[in-house]
Design a protein around this ligand. Sequence first.
Ligand code: F6R
Length: 261
Amino acid sequence: MEVIIRHSADEASELVAKIIDDELRKNPHIVLGLATGRTMERVYDKLVKKHREEGLDFSLCRTFNLDEYVGLAPDDPHSYRYYMNEHLFSRVNIDLKNTHLPSGIAADLNKECEEYETLIQRAGGIDLQLLGIGRSGHIGFNEPLSALKSRTRVESLSPQTIEQNACFFEDKSKMPRRAITMGVGTILDCRRCILLATGEEKAEIIAKAVEGPITSMISATALQIHPRCTVIVDELAASKLQGSDYYRWIFMNDPEWAPYR
Ligand code: F6R
């Protein structure tokens, strides 16, 4: 695992967008794993800007999102399909046929989960997975006690996550209680992952995820065993990390990061 600390949320998001930009230019057929949520909005805005002003081309890439709420149709403004269309897909030249999210209204949800895994495999696996982190320590919607080998499945949301996301629903009681999510094992199979966290409210969980023991109580700790995981945080989200000086030293000295310093 590597940790990169950037001064502000804007700089942290810019770094994530730049990495995606570089990877997409290197491999236009890249398979991207995408996330939703407040943190990602800045990243998508920056990718849209790179598309419009620097010709970043999404026409050949394929995408798989981490999760979708159970019970919400794609045209429901609270669904993650709607979010992706709004924040990214409708603003760049991506072919919608190449974008995938599990359907939260499938008649057979378990079958939908199995098929989602098959689709990912058929695409050759995920090259670059973008991740946020919830206050419960979830990646995707892998709530506490999710098996570290779990695959795409229906997951009940924790009270903490319901509280975190209910503010998006005018009527909070309409916040779904379940979601389809890629499993921790599905995420660990991707070739590279980037976790972005910004703001003070993420400081405590970031410290646990990066420096705490690996535990299924905090799904993000599983990323410690991923061979290529980069955690990108702003100063606020980094404020409870013990090893910040060391992480900064690595970033300044590792030749891989020279183009990004
Ligand atoms: C969303 C997802 C979640 C979010 C996390 C952080 O697709 O998988 O894990 O990334 O809940 O959400 P925000 O950015 O809203 O704090």
